[in-house]
Design a protein around this ligand. Structure first.
Ligand SMILES: C[S@@+](CC[C@H](N)C(=O)[O-])C[C@H]1O[C@@H](n2cnc3c(N)ncnc32)[C@H](O)[C@@H]1O
Length: 269
């Protein structure tokens, strides 16, 4: 019989092998697409394949400054995903623990600090921007974190395909792109159909935590979240900024510009 340490190292080896096998598919995955190398069964439900992008597509094309770091650290932190299958979350982390999905982790300042503060939780950070992923991996390595995994690609298809209902303990959307022009509002992540999927993925008592420095988007978020019947506001409106949420460059920039900061924490009924 295997000891749990042996099992964990075996699972980590198989995670590493599967991420190495998937490396050639990263470019396609980064665009939210499916790899060419494997044909997998299609999911029974049919979430949007050609959806409106919530990010600037050029963000995925820049070459990270820390290319060496990326290459060495990718097998440890980055997950491969074929674009259609459910993820085997336990084997990715080598344990069963509450899972938090962070959409748009940016440079990963909040991701790494919260992962360190909450070692009992596993974090899956999703980001398009390669430089941000490189920064997060370096930070995670420096802090010696093993409860972070990263998906480079579009969080929308991932949300629709990769997890079962009730499988997330939390969803974090910190300072999502505000898309301030009215004609771009449809690109915002916090909108009814995406929020409905987030509510479906949360376990009872699980939380959806959003934050923004964009007042008009904040009020839009409040309306959309309040309209989702499966979610309950943990405050009477906006939540006072919680001390546990680390400050990021984007929040600092908003504060320096004189913007008010809005937090919203809703709980799955
Ligand atoms: C304004 S930044 C905020 C980053 C970070 N949360 C913070 O507070 O510092 C928003 C990030 O969300 C990412 N993003 C937007 N839509 C996304 C999507 N559908 N999937 C993954 N990342 C996305 C963008 O690439 C960008 O880095």
């Amino acid at each position: 019989m295997h000891s749990s340490a042996q099992q964990r190292s075996q699972q980590q080896r198989s995670h590493k092998q599967s991420t190495q096998r998937d490396t050639s598919d990263q470019a396609s995955l980064a665009a939210g697409g499916s790899p060419q190398s494997e044909l997998r069964p299609k999911p029974t439900s049919d979430p949007p394949r050609r959806h409106i992008l919530t990010f600037n597509a050029r963000a995925g094309r820049s070459r990270p400054k820390h290319m060496d770091a990326l290459e060495q650290l990718l097998p440890r932190y980055e997950i491969g995903w074929d674009g259609v299958s459910r993820l085997d979350v336990e084997s990715l982390y080598g344990r069963k623990a509450p899972l938090i999905l962070e959409i748009g982790s940016g440079n990963g300042e909040a991701t790494a600090a919260l992962a360190e503060a909450e070692p009992e939780r596993d974090i899956l950070a999703v980001e398009i921007y390669p430089q941000g992923i490189a920064n997060l991996m370096l930070d995670a390595q420096e802090r010696g974190l093993d409860n972070i995994r990263i998906y480079q690609g579009d969080a929308i298809p991932l949300m629709h395909h990769a997890f079962g209902p009730g499988s997330l303990a939390g969803v974090r959307v910190y300072f999502p792109d505000p898309w301030p022009k009215k004609r771009h509002h449809k690109r915002r992540i916090i909108q009814p159909d995406h929020v409905a999927r987030m509510a479906e993925l949360l376990e009872p008592g699980g939380t959806l935590h959003a934050a923004t420095d964009w007042a008009e988007y904040a009020h839009h978020m409040l309306r959309v979240l309040q309209a989702e019947e499966r979610l309950e506001n943990t405050s009477a409106g906006f939540t006072p900024r919680p001390d546990f949420r680390p400050m990021t460059k984007f929040e600092r920039r908003g504060i320096d510009a004189g913007h008010e900061i809005f937090d919203l924490i809703f709980q799955r009924r």
